[in-house]
Design a protein around this ligand. Structure first.
Ligand SMILES: [Fe+2]
Length: 469
């Protein structure tokens, strides 16, 4: 049976620009700026399906707000993969879960030397000074014009980094005025490397040598620390990765005989100061973390008992199987002076694609997290938005039959006093109408303020940010 949400995994080839979308309800007149989102826009090349959600060809979406009006535009990133794949009708570059047939020489060459890497930067976007960049899980980034979404080329850093992987979830350190990202060096020596980022420069803050790296999609920061969750999902064999036939992610193996660990890195000292074991778990997204006292960190995550979710995010599986229960809202207490980390669950509802009121609360004590979620008792795709009050352990929900929301992005109201004084901006697929809309929720009440109707569907994407432009 066709899933109601199948349209979310179908390509959107139409690039449009609309100056004023029809609106039901009202968008706040104080809301001024632009939300830019990233995600796949094309799920096949010629007749060949792109197998995994994370490998679709990147498309940017722009919603601009002002005077209660909303404009919209979308545009593919003109990556080398977009150009060459569409020109040749086949997949040409190694991705997250796809590996086109290559000669042994090409495989060795691609791993150890920076041959032209794929720059299908499909996962997230951010701003570094005046540069707006799209990111994926490699160290490169692609610049784009935030107004037209035109691709401007690969970001030209002043120096190369010796790393093969990077997260698409850099943090921003407002005190030090730099981005912070985690990269992984895979080679004879394996390292987790932490970098400070500006638009031109990447400066190494710390380096942690590991026997075998795990696949890490995001991490946490506090004013003093960078916190990595080193899952029991490790690179099995460098030789296999280099010369084997398996796509990138299939070289990582779940091993629940191994503990997971929280690696705590002191930013100023550039040193690993604690390696705290805990029972095996996996997650894509950290929610937030803070220093409860000198010897205790709190780390909130959207967590899973194992890494099987990665297999369930192949497009075929998403369209044919029941979607699994998504992440559990776990609060880990991480002792820095010995002992194991333990967790409690903060909400009855699941949470994925989590967001917080970032600027005042990232790395600090906080009260509210927002995310997409699957309604309890259903095996549907992400079909509701949750707001979790972590102080009072209460969860409120926005749900509408037939609707499939994406990541909710919190935008604070001007001069907001309360942490949740603002709106949530959410792209929603309306499976009944066959198109998408931009939903504005009052973040305090979780009630709808308004929706702006897009005249076509927006494929399910990953992440975005709001800018005052
Ligand atoms: Fe992500």
């Amino acid at each position: 049976m066709t899933k109601a949400y199948a349209q979310g995994f179908s390509s959107q080839h139409s690039e449009i620009s609309i100056s004023e979308l029809p609106i039901h309800g009202q968008f706040p007149t104080w809301l001024r700026g632009t939300l830019i989102r990233n995600g796949p826009g094309q799920f096949e090349v010629g007749k060949t399906p792109i197998p995994h959600w994370f490998d679709g060809l990147a498309q940017l979406h722009r919603f601009s707000f002002g005077d209660g009006k909303v404009s919209y535009g979308n545009r593919f990133i003109r990556s080398n993969a977009y150009a060459k794949d569409n020109q040749t009708g086949k997949i040409n570059y190694r991705g997250f879960a796809v590996d086109p047939c290559r000669t042994m020489f090409q495989k060795a060459f691609a791993l150890f030397i920076e041959q032209e890497p794929a720059n299908n930067t499909v996962v997230n976007i951010t701003r570094l000074e005046d540069d707006f960049i799209a990111m994926t899980e490699f160290p490169l980034a692609v610049r784009f014009d935030p107004h037209t979404l035109e691709t401007l080329g690969v970001l030209d850093y002043d120096e190369k980094v010796n790393a093969q992987l990077a997260t698409a979830h850099p943090h921003y350190d407002f005190a030090r005025r730099v981005g912070i990202n985690h990269m992984t060096r895979i080679g004879r020596k394996m390292n987790y490397d932490l970098y400070a980022l500006t638009s031109k420069k990447r400066t190494k803050l710390a380096s942690v040598t590991v026997k075998s790296p795990s696949y890490m999609h995001s991490f946490s920061t506090t004013p003093r620390y960078i916190i990595l969750a080193d899952y029991s999902f490790k690179l099995k064999s460098l030789i296999q990765l280099a010369f084997g036939d398996k796509p990138f992610i299939q070289n990582f193996v779940w091993d629940d005989t191994e503990d997971s660990h929280f690696l705590v890195i002191d930013i100023e000292r550039g040193k690993l100061v604690a390696e705290v074991p805990t029972d095996p778990f996996f997650c894509f997204h950290h929610i937030n973390a803070y220093e409860a006292d000198d010897n205790t960190l709190i780390v909130d995550l959207s967590a899973y008992d194992d890494a099987h979710l990665i297999d369930q995010l192949y497009v075929d599986a998403l369209l044919q199987q029941d979607y699994p229960q998504v992440g559990e809202f776990r609060r880990y207490t991480v002792p820095l002076n010995g002992g194991r980390a333990s967790y409690e669950v903060l909400s009855d509802e699941s949470i994925e694609l989590p967001r917080i009121n970032y600027k005042p609360h990232n790395g600090r004590d906080y009260q509210f997290a927002y995310g997409a979620s699957v309604q309890k008792g259903t095996s549907d795709f992400l079909n509701q938005i949750v707001k979790v009050d972590v102080k009072n352990r209460q969860t409120s929900v926005w749900y509408e039959e037939g609707c499939y929301p994406s990541e909710p992005v919190f935008v604070p109201a001007p001069n907001a006093q309360a942490e949740d004084d603002g709106v949530l901006l959410v792209v929603v697929l309306d499976s009944r109408a066959g198109n998408s809309f931009m939903l504005a929720l009052d973040a305090q009440s979780m009630q709808e303020l308004g929706r702006a109707i897009v005249p076509q569907h927006i494929p399910f994407g990953f992440h975005g940010s709001f800018f005052d432009i």
